[in-house]
Design a protein around this ligand. Structure first.
Ligand SMILES: C[S@@+](CC[C@H](N)C(=O)[O-])C[C@H]1O[C@@H](n2cnc3c(N)ncnc32)[C@H](O)[C@@H]1O
Length: 183
């Protein structure tokens, strides 16, 4: 996210949407850098935590929305960030529609930054309803973007509940190159 944030300088081009903002791990640095942020999360505790953490001086540049991002209206933005939030989308058509709406919301040259789940993720192997993408699937999903950064990460971790978890993630920064060609 920070890479995408730095890449978009100047007084114009400072409207961001943070999808699945949580308590503001990314929203707060965006506000600190002078951006206007629409922060969306489906969890009341996340929105409440973010609102409690925002310094008063930044508050006029923050709009929070308690909503599912699959259905939320996405206004024009120069950056759409989704850190570790799209990985829980359950079906490919829903994820593809969301990516299409992100593309539509982005201004020309605007960026999407976030993580998508890889096909070897432990949740995929366990049969959880998630979308695991192989390289071809990732490219197809983001075909209307120019990919500026794609980093693949695989790691074995232990969850806070003590369960083993294999992560397979794509870290992505992608730039809108044109209006969507999709219907
Ligand atoms: C792993 S947390 C990441 C939070 C923050 N982006 C970060 O990096 O610290 C995922 C967040 O996405 C939110 N989320 C998950 N699915 C969502 C959905 N369909 N609509 C809106 N928010 C969602 C969760 O409530 C949670 O706050």
């Amino acid at each position: 996210m920070l890479r995408a944030l730095r890449a978009r300088g100047g007084p114009a081009g400072r409207r961001a949407i943070d999808l699945g903002c949580g308590t503001g791990r990314d929203t707060l640095p965006m506000l600190a850098a002078g951006w206007h942020v629409l922060a969306i999360d489906a969890e009341p505790a996340a929105i409440a935590g973010l609102e409690a953490a925002v310094p008063a001086a930044w508050r006029p540049r923050l709009v929070t929305r308690l909503a599912c991002f699959e259905r939320a209206h996405l206004p024009p933005a120069d950056l759409v960030n989704a850190s570790f939030s799209l990985i829980t989308v359950e079906r490919l058509p829903v994820l593809a529609d969301l990516v299409r709406r992100i593309h539509a919301a982005l201004t020309p040259g605007g960026r999407f930054a976030g993580q998508l789940l890889g096909s070897r993720d432990g949740w995929v192997a366990a049969g959880r309803p998630v979308v695991g993408l192989d390289p071809a699937g990732l490219l197809a999903l983001l075909r209307d973007f120019r990919l500026e950064r794609v980093e693949e990460e695989e790691a074995d971790t232990v969850t806070p509940r003590g369960r083993a978890k294999h992560w397979h993630l794509w870290h992505v920064v992608a730039r809108k190159i044109s209006s969507s060609s999709r219907s």
